[in-house]
Design a protein around this ligand. Structure first.
Ligand code: ADP
Length: 202
């Protein structure tokens, strides 16, 4: 199996790049943001609760998103691997993910972080807000709040994976194509190492 986390602040292009990477590597895309938005669209109790947090730029409680990820992993038992997008966002979520994957006799193999300046991020999100229908993309205050939450919570997530030597930063500004190529180059390196290890084991 190959499990990847695409990491980076709101607006860094995780969604765009995820679409390309899941196609190229045959992974299942798990975006907690997308899962939450479909709960909201279906007006489920979970969606109604989550919307209150999301509209303010706050994180949805850990147990809610961890439960969603657990269900999704169960639904795709035969997957070749997963691409996690927007998850884990807190140290607790990272620990829970490690446990869930460990139960399935697998782990996170790579964490790739997209690096984009804050000015560029605000510009992209306000632009996306004009057409995405996402209420959290239309107010600069909510956008700034999401960055603040990202800084506060996600540094611990990065540290968690840096300690495991699985963390790499990739430039997130430039053409979509160039960024995909940079991400793919990193993934190919990890896959190659995985293959070598498997061969040595045989
Ligand atoms: P963005 O990265 O642009 O903020 P997402 O779609 O990843 O977009 O997330 C939108 C909102 O959904 C977040 O601001 C947060 O409220 C909620 N959310 C998404 N993923 C998580 C998560 N792993 N933990 C807690 N809240 C989350």
């Amino acid at each position: 199996m190959f499990n990847l986390i695409l990491f980076g602040p709101p607006g860094s292009g995780k969604g765009t790049q995820s679409d390309r990477l899941v196609e190229k590597y045959g992974l299942i895309h798990l975006s907690t943001g997308n899962l939450l938005r479909s709960e909201i669209a279906e007006k489920t109790p979970l969606g109604i609760e989550a919307k209150n947090f999301m509209d303010k730029g706050q994180l949805v409680p850990d147990e809610v998103v961890i439960g969603m990820i657990d269900n999704s992993l169960e639904q795709h038992r035969e997957a070749k691997g997963f691409l996690f997008d927007g998850f884990p966002r807190t140290a607790n979520q990272a620990k829970a993910l490690d446990k869930l994957l460990h139960l399935k006799k697998t782990a996170i193999h790579s964490v790739l972080a997209l690096d984009v300046s804050e000015d560029e991020l605000v510009k992209r999100l306000l632009e996306r807000g004009k057409t995405s229908g996402r209420s959290d993309d239309t107010s600069e205050d909510v956008i700034r709040k999401r960055f603040a939450v990202y800084q506060q919570e996600t540094t611990a997530v990065a540290d968690h994976y840096k300690a495991l030597h699985r963390f790499k930063t990739v430039p997130g500004e430039g053409s979509v194509e160039d960024i995909s190529n940079a991400l793919s180059a990193q993934i190919d390196k990890v896959l190659e190492r995985q293959r070598e290890e498997e061969e040595a084991f045989d």
